[in-house]
Design a protein around this ligand. Structure first.
Ligand code: PLP
Length: 393
């Protein structure tokens, strides 16, 4: 409608959510769709976290919490940062929000002025671009390919920097590519950033624990980076708590204060029961969630070996998160069952319609040669899905 704002008219619908909606629609029509489009663990929340939530209800945690989160939750987050990341964030440097997605939106809204450039190594998480644009920032995409494991090199970063560059946003482990930056690789980027002290970094570490490579590296822990990095994390992925909507940042205290001020006008803070449950999640040893990480690794190995038997799929070996991001550009220009495949969106739509498997086009993540397949699904579903894809191709 014309009555809607330019702001909303310019915003794109989240492609991952749109694909999930389309899959749901086909399912309602009676089609047997295997959904590999959503970034959502298929595990139940561990019982000890549920118990903490039930206790919080009984203890009447039903009023507004402090805008930036309960003090004991922020202490638990501070301890977690020290334990897992060797990062010293005092409780006053921490802001708890309604999912990491809101944490990112807060940061964009408090850090960006119109025209400020934000470097996004592509492929990037689907919402970065729109969140930056909502805050009137200008996304600057740095395309990477499967040849560098979808990682941005220091020289690519250097070439993308202009006097208008304000921030760099990236995720490691990366959604959608599963790539994990090593400490050396992060140091290489930090060396370039050292020449440009005006640039801030958003380090989205929400897949931190889902890492098959070894120790997670936080860019804020690299010399010179602490003051200029906003470390974003949350409980959605590692603790299978997507619906609880709890995320958080650690940052310089002036940035944390600004996010709290912003959030105070938008949500008044994250939901109370979710916050109480998050204390239990973060205080538990990581060994309590290791079973999920082990399962993800098995499924990664399974889906890689199965997809490897399909002609025309180029694959990297994702070292974290729960996605594969095959380059399927060899199909472009071909006809499949009378349908011409021009791009990754056509390809993903073809898989949905002909194989009844929901994936997401790489275009949504800034990479038009790939599709994203989530393997947060059972082994049977993975086997069946790849079998159907193979037949449809
Ligand atoms: N960052 C990345 C890279 C993600 O993949 C996601 C979820 O898909 C989020 C942030 C948002 O997480 P949350 O559920 O905490 O809002």
């Amino acid at each position: 409608s014309n009555a809607l704002s330019d702001r909303i008219n310019k915003l794109s619908t989240s492609a991952t959510l749109a694909m999930a909606a389309k899959a749901r629609e086909l399912r309602n029509e009676g089609k047997d769709i295997i959904g590999l489009s959503l970034g959502e663990p298929d595990f139940n929340i561990p019982d000890f976290i549920k118990e903490a939530a039930k206790k919080a209800i009984d203890e009447n945690y039903s009023s507004y919490s402090p805008v930036d989160g309960y003090a004991d939750l922020k202490l638990a987050i501070s301890n977690k940062f020290k334990r897992d990341n060797n990062l010293e964030y005092k409780p006053g440097q921490i802001v708890v929000s309604t999912g990491a997605k809101q944490s990112l939106a807060n940061v964009a809204m408090v850090m960006l002025n119109k025209g400020d450039e934000v470097i996004l190594p592509a492929p990037y998480w689907v919402s970065y671009r729109d969140i930056v644009q909502l805050a009137e920032g200008t996304p600057v995409e740095v395309p990477t390919t499967i040849e560098t494991d979808f990682k941005m090199t220091p020289s690519q970063l250097r070439a993308a920097i202009t006097p208008k560059t304000k921030m760099l946003w990236f995720s490691s482990p990366c959604n959608p590519s599963g790539s994990v930056y090593s400490e050396e690789e992060l140091s290489g980027l930090a060396e370039v950033l050292a020449e440009h002290p005006q640039i801030f970094v958003v380090s989205d570490e929400i897949y931190e624990h889902i890492n098959f490579r070894g120790k997670h590296a936080s860019i804020a822990s690299i010399p010179g980076m602490y003051e200029r990095t906003i470390t974003v994390n949350g409980v959605s992925k590692a603790f299978a708590m997507t619906g609880w909507r709890i995320g958080y940042i650690g940052a310089a205290d002036w940035i944390a204060k600004a996010c709290t001020k912003f959030q105070g006008q938008i949500t008044s803070g994250a939901n109370a029961i979710g916050q109480r449950a998050t204390i239990a999640a973060l205080e538990a040893p990581v060994s309590k969630i290791q079973f999920m990480i082990d399962k993800f690794r098995e499924r990664r190995d399974l889906i890689l070996s199965l997809l490897g038997t399909i002609e025309g799929f180029k694959l990297n070996v994702p070292e974290g998160a729960f996605y594969v991001f095959p380059d399927i550009s060899s199909y472009f220009g071909k006809e499949l069952k009378g349908k011409r495949i021009n791009n990754a969106s056509d390809f993903a739509m073809y898989l949905l319609e002909q194989a009844n498997v929901a994936t997401v086009t790489g275009e949504a993540f800034g990479n038009p040669d790939c599709i994203r397949i989530s393997y947060a699904a059972s082994e049977d579903e993975i086997r069946e899905a790849v079998d159907r894809i193979k037949k449809a191709l």
